[in-house]
Write a protein that binds this ligand. Structure first.
Ligand code: FCB
Length: 449
């Protein structure tokens, strides 16, 4: 029998989602094209050749989903705003129907007593802005600031937590270097330029929020993952793991929370021919805004083996042989514990919210009409135990959101990976809360397990 885990009073339990992954209605009510429409409609980019045209049809079914959320006792519902639904052309005229849609969703949450955590940017950039260079164009700082100000003015009275960006690592490194995410480029120097521009955009959005007088909290969500050396006795593996930690963690957390870039890492990259971003006076101050909370998304840890031929990081990712979820991510709860301790020791954020954590599994509806997902429950239990341990040692984690509320369009995996605690039958759009949803519901009731 495992021991009893209790969370402090006021700890907030929720789930997370993102606009492109759940909304569908991709051409309805004035929504413009996003880079994920373009990317997913280009053959070869999505594992199962699906796209977000319909996804979970949240656009038409949000009331049903929020009713389920309420029934489960969720305290916070995280969602994101589709930039091209607000600015179909990227800039210029605001699409009133887009604003209306989000006001309705947020009002519905409020009516059901659920707090709203709203991400400004969860990867669906207007294609019109991509056509002007996207995150590689420094002008985007102004475009993003205007977009943010519009959202504050139109929705600010209904939002409890604003999250400027979701996982800038993915927008920049996956989008512009690995290329498995939209817009699908393979240029490391350009990726670094986008890092600088996206982080300045974050800073500009926080700064603008402070001037509105709204009382909601504002922060950013970084995906932080610790990298460990494949062989801890091999100095080259140790160095390789350090570089991975720099690219995943320090490259984003250092500027946002300390106002500096990891210089040693920049020197290393420059030595390998990478062009460093242009940093103008005032840029670092802009990025380094005081935050109300740090959002942390984390699912796994990384094992790094030195591989000098692999430009520019000189490493390759290997497995450690542990259990894996259906996303092929290893289940390493102590990695979450160590990550939280590391964040606390390195940056001393006053408040941390785990804005995403969860597991993919090959779920199906059984003969009795139930969806049993014991592996997901086990994953959540293990990770929550690790988080609880870090909290008991003083790490200020104040909330936890499971990814995801429902199965959805999982980016390059398409519909082929199920992360939801609510099952979605894509043929009928029927929702079925999985066993993990009922388990989480009990955890929320008892504030522990
Ligand atoms: C995170 C993303 C989220 C979802 C999960 C599985 O990187 O923020 O949208 O795809 O992974």
């Amino acid at each position: 029998m495992s021991k009893k885990i209790t969370f402090p009073q006021g700890f907030e339990w929720g789930t997370a989602t993102a606009s492109y992954q759940i909304e569908g209605a991709y051409k309805e009510q004035g929504r413009g094209e996003s880079i994920w429409d373009r990317f997913s409609h280009t053959p070869g980019n999505i594992l199962d050749e699906t796209n977000g045209d319909v996804a979970c049809d949240f656009f038409h079914r949000y009331e049903e989903d929020i009713a389920i959320a309420k029934k489960l006792g969720l305290q916070v519902y995280r969602l994101s705003i589709s930039w091209p639904r607000i600015y179909p052309e990227g800039t210029g005229e605001v699409n009133r129907q887009g604003i209306e849609f989000y006001r309705n969703v947020l009002k519905c949450l409020k009516d059901n007593g659920i707090k709203a955590a709203v991400t400004l940017y969860h990867w669906d950039l207007p294609q019109k802005l991509q056509d002007r260079g996207g995150w590689a164009n420094r002008e985007i700082v102004g475009w993003f600031e205007t977009y943010a100000k519009t959202l504050y003015a139109e929705l600010g009275d209904l939002v409890d937590y604003w999250i400027t960006l979701n996982e800038p690592f993915c927008s920049c490194i996956k989008g512009y270097w690995v290329g498995d995410h939209a817009p699908g480029y393979h240029d490391y120097s350009m990726a670094l330029a986008t890092v600088h521009n996206i982080l300045m955009s974050h800073g500009a959005a926080v700064k603008a929020y402070r001037k509105t007088g709204f009382k909601g909290e504002i922060g950013v969500t970084l995906n932080l993952n610790l990298a460990y050396p494949h062989n801890p006795d091999n100095p080259e593996d140790l160095e390789a793991a350090k570089r991975v930690n720099m690219q995943y963690n320090n490259l984003f957390a250092d500027p946002v929370l300390k106002g500096i870039y990891p210089q040693g890492f920049f020197d290393y990259l420059e030595g390998r021919g990478v062009v460093l971003p242009t940093i103008l006076p005032g840029d670092m101050e802009l990025i380094n805004q005081e935050l109300d909370f740090l959002g942390v998304n984390s699912y796994y840890t990384i094992y790094a083996k030195a591989d000098p031929d692999n430009w520019p990081l000189g490493m390759k990712q290997v497995t450690s042989g542990r259990n894996k979820t259906d996303a092929d991510w290893e289940v390493v709860p102590e990695g979450m514990y160590e990550l939280l301790k590391w964040i606390d020791a390195s940056y001393h954020p006053k408040k941390i919210i785990i804005t995403e954590n969860g597991a993919a599994s090959n779920d199906w509806v059984n003969q009795d009409g139930k969806v049993e997902d014991p592996n997901r429950i086990d994953y959540l239990r293990q990770y929550l135990t690790a988080i609880n341990q870090a909290m008991n040692e003083g790490v200020p984690v104040k909330g936890y959101y499971v990814w995801c509320f429902c199965d959805n369009f999982e980016w390059a995996w398409g519909l082929s990976r199920r992360f939801g605690i609510v099952y979605v039958d894509y043929a009928t759009q029927q929702r079925i809360p999985k066993e993990s949803a009922y388990w989480l519901s009990d955890v929320i009731k008892n504030n522990g397990f």
